[in-house]
Design a binder for this molecule. Structure first.
Ligand code: MN
Length: 243
């Protein structure tokens, strides 16, 4: 059966109007489609609707997007905090918490690893560009095409290592924030050379994985990206409801 995978979205402001729109980069949808899943866009509505959406789904893809508001992880906004998406924060964090409780497979990408970590009670570093500890360039200028920027060391005994089959992977890097304190039920399993956390995964049985890079930007010839999406969709297929 085709796994139905929820895809979280960005709240888009329509210039010159009071209307908003719901958006997700088509590359996420293309990867899920290629891996045999049915992508379902999840709009940022009232948090009370989160459970109803999860009832429909076999897995949840947390996509990239704007910064998570620091008040949601107990911090004040740094002067270099980027734009935030309040409707998304308000909806996505309860959605992720409930998905974790239900042991639904979750794959978080960029903001997605950050949303996953905050939903699990963790915290974020708000701006790597001005952070002296982050010595690597994690924020590319200008944003390029499908290319890699730095390496990530993968914990050998992790689920991630099993998926990618390597203890060192080359990844792209388009983020100015990163996981700081790791949330409950998660562990850090991927690190850049400067110590920046680039991947976390769940410590339980469920497939829960977050990566700080953007596998969806890469083409299908990229073995790491293919392995990640294939493993996630396969995990969603295992729990597929027969309804
Ligand atoms: Mn990076």
């Amino acid at each position: 059966m085709t796994p139905r995978i929820g895809v979280t979205t960005t709240t888009l402001a329509n210039t010159g109007s009071y209307h908003t729109a719901t958006g997700a980069n088509g590359s996420y949808l293309g990867w899920l489609e290629r891996a045999g899943a049915l992508p379902v866009l999840i709009p940022n509505l009232a948090p009370e609707l989160a459970g109803g959406y999860l009832d429909l789904l076999d897995g949840l893809l947390l996509t990239g997007g704007l910064d998570v508001h620091p008040l949601l992880f107990g911090a004040e906004p740094d002067k270099n905090l980027g734009e935030v998406d309040v409707p998304r924060d308000r909806f996505e964090l309860p959605l992720v918490r409930q998905a974790l409780e239900r042991e639904l497979p979750i794959f978080g990408i960029c903001r997605g690893i950050q949303a996953l970590n905050v939903a699990a009670g963790g915290t974020l570093r708000q701006d790597l560009v001005s952070d002296p500890v982050a010595r690597l360039q994690h924020w590319q200028k200008p944003v390029g095409g499908p290319m890699v920027h730095h390496s990530v060391s993968v914990e050998p005994d992790s689920r991630l290592a099993g998926v990618v089959g390597q203890e060192k992977v080359a990844v792209n890097s388009y983020h100015h924030q990163a996981v700081d304190r790791v949330g409950e039920g998660l562990r850090a399993v991927g690190f850049a050379l400067d110590g920046t956390i680039e991947a976390v995964e769940g410590t339980g049985e469920a497939f829960v994985l977050g990566v700080q890079w953007h596998p969806e930007v890469m083409g299908p010839e990229d073995a790491v990206s293919t392995a990640l999406f294939d493993a996630f969709v396969a995990a969603c297929g295992v729990g597929r409801r027969e309804t």
